[in-house]
Structures are given as C-alpha cells and as structure tokens.
Write a protein that binds this ligand. Structure first.
Ligand code: ATP
Length: 312
C-alpha cells in the first residue's frame, strides 16, 4: 500500500535518549546570562518514551520507570516542556491542536542527563507524525533550540559537538561503543546553582575549546584504544563537588571499584564511571552495589536520537 493511503495514526510513540557530555568546556558568562560552551555530547542507552494521542485539551501523564526517577518534580500542567514543545510546533504551522502526552521516564529528573530536553525532542517528532505536518529537519532544529540548549542534540543523537549555548550541533563520526556505569544521586542538583558556583570558583577565563585529538580518538578508536579516558573533561566538576562533596566520594569509590575514569554528567549530580566493555561495566556496577551504591545503570553510547518506535 502506498504511504498516501495509510490512515493517520491515532497515537505515536517516540523514544529519545539521555545525553552525557564527554567533554564540557564552559566560558565566561555572557551579558544575556548564558555561558558559552564547547561540548562533545554523546547519546546513551537510557531513554524516555513519549506517546502522543489526539485530544481536545493538553494533558500530561508521567510513568516513572525505576526507583531513580522522582516523578514528583515533573509538572503535569502546561509548564511541562512537552506542552511547550507541542504548542510551539502548532504555532509554527499556524494550527490549533492539542494532544495527550504520556511520558514513560527512565532518565533521572534534574540529573544532568537532559531528560526534559529528550522529552521535548520526542514530542516534536511524535506530534509532527501524529498531525502529518512533514516539518523540515531545519525547522525542527530551530524549534528545538528555542525550547532549550540540549533539545537539538536530543533530535540528532549519536555523538556531536555543541557550541553557542550547546544548541549548535555538529555530528562527529564516532566509531566506538563506549560503556558507562551511570551512578544516580538521591537528590537533584539545580543547573543554575552549579553555574553560579562555577562563576565564583573559576569564572571561565580560560581556553575551553575541545581538543582536536579527542575528536580524532572518537573517529579512530583503533589508533588509540585507551585514548578517550584521557580526554574526558567537565569544567563544572569542581563546582558540583564544592556544592556536593558526596559526589567526589562517589567518584573515588568508582575508581576503587575498577572504573577506567569518572566524570560528572553535565551539571550533575549524576556521575559516570567509564568501563572498557559491557562485562567490565557490570563488574564495576556490582562492586559499587557492594559499597552501597545500588542506584546505578549500565549504558552505552552512541545511540540514535529521537525516533518513532510505535504507531497506534
Ligand atoms: P539539564 O542537564 O539539561 O540541565 P536535567 O537532566 O538536569 O537537565 P531535567 O530532568 O531535564 O534536568 O529537568 C529539569 C527541571 O525541568 C525539572 O526539575 C522539572 O521541574 C522541569 N521539567 C519540565 N518538564 C519536564 C520533563 N518533561 N521532564 C523532566 N523535567 C521537566
């Protein structure tokens, strides 16, 4: 049957990945309050699934998957970023529509893994299909950038550099499969407070550009199999450790449990322990559990950006 004869879907489910920043360089705060960034994003295998269904009014339902997801911090009204995404898409096309949006959440809330951004990207793709809009990639990326700095990357996925506020995304060839133990934190850590501490402690007056050798290592891991851990870097780590000394203790525990290296995820408080392969990751997670760090997940990257997984 040709595509033109297919009926419009009643519902669409889109899966969008969490991100980590394998490199995060932060410059001096700009007059508009934003910090210029140079980052290398990687999409990893922790996902939120967003299902949209045609409705008269906007409505949001959250299903929390796993005890590391605190759904109470996620609004279920029009302030949820998924509703903002839906309204922005409708306004872009000059149409008046609404939808019910169900978020099945595995990405920790306020964990520095851009879960809200993943949901926004998933909603843009899902509603574009539900409403049969055929929005161009460039327009989707522009709508995404208006919603938040990390939203364009959640559309693109894989591994990519991010510049500007992080919203200018350029894919990077990444020939590796990198393994991570994601160590969740009991409490969230607000992104503005981490940037505030960063301004006080460091200020950003330094060369924060990503090293070309790091991108070469991603493109050709066979030339330098041990290379990536050397380049992992996050300018916000000292600020997050200053606000939350327990995160430094987590990093030390992960190293004692055999991790190749550790890294703060974005603005935290999630910590990442790098492993050499899937078995090593499970071993490190097992040892961490023995030390009381039971809220962990094993994830790998890079994985695809927001993509349709089901039509209803
Ligand atoms: P980033 O790394 O981009 O700072 P994050 O992963 O630390 O993001 P999010 O989980 O994206 O943080 O959410 C930050 C805040 O946004 C939450 O505390 C919540 O109040 C609000 N929010 C609005 N919509 C959502 C959503 N769909 N999912 C999660 N949080 C949302």
């Amino acid at each position: 049957m040709s595509e033109a004869l297919l009926p419009d879907p009643v519902s669409v489910t889109v899966r969008a990945p969490a991100k980590i920043n394998v490199y995060l360089g932060v410059g001096k705060v700009r007059d508009d309050g934003f910090h210029p960034l140079e980052t290398v994003y990687q999409a990893v295998s922790l996902y939120d699934d967003v299902t949209v269904t045609a409705a008269e009014e906007w409505a949001v339902t959250l299903l929390a998957d796993g005890d590391h997801v605190d759904g109470s911090a996620v609004p279920d009204d029009d302030t949820n970023i998924v509703v903002r995404a839906g309204k922005a898409l409708a306004a872009h096309h000059g149409i008046e529509r609404a939808a019910e949006i169900e978020i099945r959440k595995t990405i920790p809330v306020a964990g520095g893994m851009a879960g809200g951004s993943a949901d926004a990207a998933a909603t843009l793709v899902a509603l574009d299909r539900l409403w049969n809009l055929d929005t161009s990639d460039d327009d989707l990326l522009a709508l995404a950038a208006d919603l938040g700095s990390d939203v364009p990357f959640a559309l693109v996925g894989g591994t990519a550099t991010g510049t500007g506020r992080g919203e200018v995304v350029t894919p990077v060839d990444d020939a590796g499969t990198w393994w991570w133990v994601v160590v969740f934190s009991d409490e969230g850590l607000s992104t503005p407070s981490v940037y505030g501490a960063y301004d006080l402690l460091e200020g950003g007056d330094h060369d924060y550009r990503v090293r070309p050798a790091m991108l070469d290592t991603l493109r050709h891991p066979e030339d330098n199999p041990d290379g990536l851990p050397m380049f992992l870097y996050n300018d916000l780590e000292d600020a997050a450790f200053y606000l939350r000394p327990d995160l430094q203790t987590t990093a030390e525990a992960a190293l004692e449990c055999g991790a190749a290296t550790t890294l703060l995820s974005g603005s935290g408080p999630t910590m990442l322990a790098m492993a050499t392969d899937a078995d090593h990751a499970r071993e490190v997670a097992g040892r961490l559990a023995g030390r009381g760090y039971t809220r962990t997940a094993v994830a790998h990257g890079p994985v695809a950006g927001a993509h349709v997984v089901a039509y209803g």
